[in-house]
Structure formats: structure tokens, C-alpha cells
Design a protein around this ligand. Structure first.
Ligand code: HEC
Ligand code: HEC
Length: 396
């Protein structure tokens, strides 16, 4: 190709990128595509987002510290549909033992049993025969995660009702956990068990637990049941594998956290006529008691996060809706799962923590216990009302 044509392409590509970026910044009404940064970010934040996206999609090798045991070789491998930051249909495995009295015990010191190992499977973990609880976990989309992080702990504490004092059958519990990023007691909100409170802590957790890359927050390799000598043979490095980039001064975990923090939520689709009274029916049947339509971020020095509405459709509390996977993790009992946010629901499948529901209707019908009365009201709706409620869910 001639130099002039080449220059033409470069100009064209530059123009497309610039137009895309400007579109995101136009006030009022312009679509924010899935995978875009939050509208209104500064040039500096855009650079952090870009660096974060780069690292989030980078495929790691054993030389970078991948393994010895791992579930994936890049964050994006499991978080990429409908755009980087979303989900995929893979599931990972947790396992443990429950005795006759219902007491839960970890086997080999943890519950995450990795799917893969490097290099020759000599460090492949296996689920021990004593395991009588085996659970699958589907990925959770990250769109809007920075807004979720900015919701104050007090707002979640104000929503909990552990003893069901108001007698409505619903008793959410805030997940009190120790945040390894700050060493403070915080209210967990990320993960199916609300096991982490901050995106930095989850980044450290995921880098070590999903990819086997040790970091300042999670410094030790884990491969359940694999002894130290074998780990060394499999190339487990001594020391921290996630080191600071010499140019930017940032670690991988900082980059992931920045990317997720600045990732825009999925926009609502416009409600067609089918949705009719769907939103009112969502309230009427009692879905909104747990899937709270809007929470609000606290005061924040960054205007992007300062007292912003967060239309996530969740209370971020732990509930027993009869789907619990038996694994005790963080502050959650085996029966409890954190209410998932429903924003972006139309763009994600499969559903439920283990990916076992194909459709929203199937997911709804699986709710029991704390949600029993709600599901009865759902089942008692007329055919047309049910269709309206499901059409409303399809706008999220
Ligand atoms: C092998 C697949 C896989 C890989 C690789 C992976 N994740 Fe995940 N991610 C998951 C699964 C599964 C969950 C739900 C885990 C749970 O709660 O048990 C999840 C949940 C999350 C959440 C919680 C979101 C929320 O709103 O609750 C964050 C944050 C996250 N991942 C970030 C990352 C980052 C950062 C990386 C790369 C360092 C990464 N993930 C790599 C599968 C993966
Ligand atoms: C008592 C609290 C509660 C009520 C009431 C409730 N939900 Fe849920 N919902 C949850 C929890 C907890 C889960 C996660 C269950 C799991 O993954 O095992 C969930 C999961 C879902 C999912 C799957 C989302 C995903 O990302 O996988 C959908 C869809 C859903 N609920 C819709 C509804 C609708 C519609 C109603 C009303 C008919 C409703 N829920 C009532 C707590 C509740």
C-alpha cells in the first residue's frame, strides 16, 4: 500500500476513534455503548481507563506468573460479552464438606478448585473424595462497578433487616468483611457472596485466584492439595509476581481496578408497548424489596461519583432465596447469595450464581424462602401481566 493510502487509513481510523470518544461526551441522549468509559471522564482518567483495559485483556503466560493452578489466562477471557467487562458462559468450581450437623469444612484449606494448571498437569488440583458439596459459579458483569463501589456502607446497613423485624418474610444481611486493600471492616458488595468491598481487593483476589498471579494483597500461591515441592517444580515463583510498571508506577491490580471503576453501566433499552405496567408489577409483586431500583453514591471528591443515582436493581445484601450453593465464604452462610444487580440483564445469559437458569422467568421461578411470597404473587399474575413484567426486565 502506498504511503498516501496508508496515511489516509490512519486519518480515517483516528477520526473514527475521535468521533466515538466525542459521542460519549455529548450531553443528553447520546448512546453510551457497552464497554465505554463513564461519560464525562477527564483526559487523565481516560488514560487510566485505557491502561486498565490493556492489562485486563492481556493474555498472561507462566513467565508472567500465570499458575501453577488457574481458571483463565486473562480477565477478559471470562469477562467479555457483550463487551470487555461483561461475562462469558464459563463457570468455575468451589467445593467443600458438610457434616451431618450441617457444619461446613474447607478441604485442603480453601474452596476454589482450579480448572487448569501449568505446565504438565503435575500441579492439577483435584476435588478430594471427602467433598460432598460441589458448586459452580458464573462470572458477574463489571459495567458500572465504580458506582457500586461508591455506595456508602451506611446505605447498605440501613437496608438490612437480619431478624425480619418488619415481618415481611424478607431479612437481608449486610456482609461485614475485612477489606484487604484498606485493612478496614467494610460492607462487602462484590461477588456472589458479597465477599469483597472494593475493586482493588477484588482485583488482587481475582489476579491470584483466577490466574495464579500473586500480588501485594494476595501474596501466596494457592493450588489446593498440591504440596510446596511440587509447586516449585511447576514453576511457582518466590515473591510477588505483580510488579509495578516502571513507566506508569502502577501494578496490574491498580490497572484492573481503574478500568472497572471507570467502566460505564449498560444503558436501559427503551420500553416498548409490551412493557406496559411491567415496572409497577415489579414493585407490586415484591421484587423491588430486594432488587431495589436505585441506590445513591455518597459525597465524593470526584464529580463522576458524587451523590449519583445508581439504577442497579439490587440491595447488595445477602439473602436466602433457596438457591444457596452450600459454600461458606466471607460473611455468607451456605444458604446465602447476594442479590445480583439486574442492570444489563437483557445482555447476559445464563442466569443465577451457577448459570443454571436460561431465562429470567426460570430464574424467578427458582426463588423460594425469603422470596416465596413474591414468587407466589408472580405466579398469580395474569398471562398478560406476566408478559409485561418480563418485557420490563428485558429493558434492563
Ligand atoms: C476463569 C474466569 C474468570 C477470570 C479469568 C476472571 N474472572 Fe472475574 N469473575 C469470575 C467469576 C466466576 C465471578 C463470580 C465469582 C464469585 O463470586 O464466586 C467473577 C466476579 C468478578 C467480580 C465481581 C463483580 C461484582 O459486581 O460482583 C470482579 C470485580 C471481577 N470478577 C474482576 C476480575 C478481574 C479484575 C479479573 C482479572 C484479574 C478477573 N475477574 C478474572 C470469573 C473470572
Ligand atoms: C428476597 C429477595 C429477593 C426477591 C424478593 C426477589 N429476588 Fe431475584 N434474586 C435474589 C437473589 C438472592 C438472587 C440470586 C440467586 C442465585 O443466583 O442463586 C436473585 C436472582 C434473580 C435473577 C437472576 C439474575 C442473575 O444475574 O443471574 C433475576 C432475573 C431475578 N432475581 C428477578 C427477580 C424478580 C423479577 C423478582 C420478583 C418476581 C425477584 N427477583 C424477587 C433476591 C430476590
Amino acid at each position: 500500500m502506498g504511503a498516501a493510502t496508508m496515511r489516509g487509513f490512519v486519518w480515517l481510523a483516528g477520526g473514527v476513534i475521535l468521533t466515538a470518544v466525542l459521542c460519549l461526551r455529548l450531553p443528553g441522549g447520546q448512546a453510551v455503548l457497552p464497554g465505554s468509559p463513564l461519560p464525562g471522564i477527564t483526559a487523565y482518567e481516560f488514560e487510566l481507563f485505557r491502561l486498565g483495559l490493556d492489562d485486563f485483556t492481556e493474555v498472561e503466560t507462566p513467565e508472567d506468573g500465570l499458575g501453577p493452578a488457574f481458571n483463565g489466562n486473562s480477565c477478559a477471557q471470562c469477562h467479555s460479552v457483550p463487551a470487555i467487562g461483561g461475562v462469558t458462559s464459563m463457570t468455575e468450581i468451589r467445593a467443600g464438606h458438610r457434616d451431618e450437623n450441617g457444619a461446613f469444612k474447607e478441604l485442603n484449606g480453601g474452596t476454589l478448585f482450579h480448572l487448569f494448571s501449568v505446565p504438565n498437569h503435575t500441579c492439577q488440583v483435584h476435588i478430594p473424595a471427602e467433598a460432598n458439596v460441589i458448586a459452580r459459579r458464573a462470572p458477574i458483569p463489571l459495567f458500572g462497578a465504580g458506582l457500586v463501589e461508591a455506595i456508602p456502607d451506611d446505605a447498605l446497613l440501613a437496608l438490612e433487616d437480619p431478624g425480619d423485624r418488619d415481618n415481611d418474610g424478607i431479612s437481608g444481611r449486610a456482609a461485614r468483611i475485612l477489606d484487604v486493600a484498606t485493612n478496614l471492616e467494610r460492607i462487602g458488595r462484590f461477588g456472589w457472596k458479597a465477599q469483597q468491598a472494593t475493586l482493588l481487593a477484588f482485583s488482587g483476589d481475582a489476579y491470584r485466584n483466577e490466574m495464579g498471579i500473586t500480588n501485594d494483597l494476595f501474596p501466596d500461591e494457592v493450588a489446593l492439595g498440591v504440596g510446596p515441592e511440587q509447586l516449585t517444580l511447576c514453576g511457582a515463583r518466590r515473591g510477588i509476581e505483580d510488579v509495578r510498571d516502571r513507566r506508569t508506577g502502577l501494578r496490574g491490580i491498580d490497572n484492573f481496578a481503574n478500568f472497572m471503576k471507570l467502566l460505564a453501566p449498560i444503558e436501559r433499552a427503551s420500553a416498548g408497548v409490551d412493557a406496559g405496567n411491567g415496572e409497577a408489577l415489579f414493585e407490586f409483586t415484591g421484587c423491588a424489596a430486594c432488587h431495589i431500583p436505585v441506590l445513591t453514591t455518597g459525597p465524593n471528591t470526584n464529580p463522576l461519583f458524587d451523590r449519583k443515582p445508581v439504577p442497579l436493581y439490587s440491595d447488595l445484601l445477602l439473602h436466602d432465596v433457596g438457591t444457596g450453593d452450600g459454600i461458606e465464604q466471607g460473611a455468607a452462610t451456605g444458604d446465602e447469595i447476594r442479590t445480583p444487580a439486574l442492570w444489563g440483564l437483557r445482555l447476559r445469559r445464563p442466569l443465577l450464581h451457577d448459570g443454571s437458569a436460561a431465562t429470567p422467568e426460570e430464574a424467578i421461578r427458582r426463588h423460594q424462602r425469603e422470596a416465596a411470597a413474591t414468587v407466589e404473587r408472580f405466579a398469580a399474575l395474569s398471562e398478560s401481566e406476566r408478559r409485561q413484567l418480563l418485557a420490563f426486565l428485558n429493558t434492563l
